[in-house]
Design a protein around this ligand. Sequence first.
Ligand code: NIG
Ligand code: FE
Length: 424
Amino acid sequence: MPKTIVDLVILNAKQLLTMVPSESDEEGENPLGIIEDGAVAVKDGKIFAVGKTNDVLAQIDFKKDTVQIDADGKVVMPGFVDPHTHVVFKGTREREFILRHQGVPYMKILKEENTGIISTVRWTRKAKFEELLEITKKHISEMIDWGTTTLEIKSGYGLNLEEEIKILRIARYLGEHSPLNIKTTLLAAHIIPPEYHMRDEKYVDLVISDIIPIIAKNGLADFNDVWCEKGAFTREQAKKILRVGIKNGLIPKVHADEMSDAGGAKLAAEVKAISADHLTYASEEGLEKMKEAGVVAVLLPVTTFSLGKDKFADGGKMVEMGLTVALGTDYNPGTSMCPSMPLVISFAVVRLKMDIVSALYGATLNAAKAIGLENEVGSLEVGKRANVNVLNIKNYEEIPYRIGENYVETVISNGEILKGGPNA
Ligand code: NIG
Ligand code: FE
């Protein structure tokens, strides 16, 4: 058989996590599809071959500049997928974090004039496109350092047409001008902006009649999200906004049941959202309905931790119920200045009561499902985009165990090396 010349190859991995269980594994003994002494070869930004090192070597040839990475003694896995971020913002809110942990509730801070989401909106509106782009690049470079190669980016700190457009243009620009895989979400319905104080319905009208149609027409967003919560948007308002989104071709998502059971999970099922996110207080009935409707549950445990709450979403139960459970950072200046999916996995195992296999799917293939990219990313399969991490650990169980340690040594997205490489 003629051999194919490849651009990059990773060889000799102690454990290569494909996230594709083999068909012969009827007992489910290898749910992560681990290949020992594994290799993955890359051509034109895509995965060309995956398997035992000898089998991959038998299929490939080298050119002068083929990159060879020796993963001897290490773990290789798909790049992390972060399905819920608010990375486009200016300004940080560390004082609020401290205040919260001295007893001031998040929802009280939110209601003030110059703190909470509103303060981020003010800073973000003032920043010019180029400045905000540079800040966002910095946030994302931290995520890459922790192995994230695919992410969803929400707007929601503009809260008027012009500013939501600015934020989503930055997200789209990064999707088009970087090797990362990026999906974008309109979150015009994050909170009611200050200029519409006590005129909620007028803002909902603006979102419905102007913001959604124009954003959709210009191809700036893939999804349409609403924060359904007392103090943000009611169930009725949220439903209206999501339905108009659907008519305009935007797939619904919901910030659901984060601070209380506001019926967000049920709403997500009703509108057939691609995902419902947070779900800390979701009712059992809501979760059942989500399962029936095929809504992915996106859990964001670092947010719960940062809010100082004792109650975390019950990820273990959701897995048991048969829901597709994904994990994300929720990177934002209010509740999660956390770029690290490995840390999220630690939280999932410790506080969401998820088993390690579910947590690893949550950070890869299931997260890809939450943003409609499961055929492109999230597993190591021939033909998928070459998003691969080399971890300087000897087995996958160390991923949640090494809390806060950055063992991500090499990061490859669409075949491009973003961190590390042959000499890492
Ligand atoms: O997902 N819940 C609403 N939005 C964000 C927080 C945004 C902020 O505080 O700036 C979240 O937690
Ligand atoms: Fe969020």
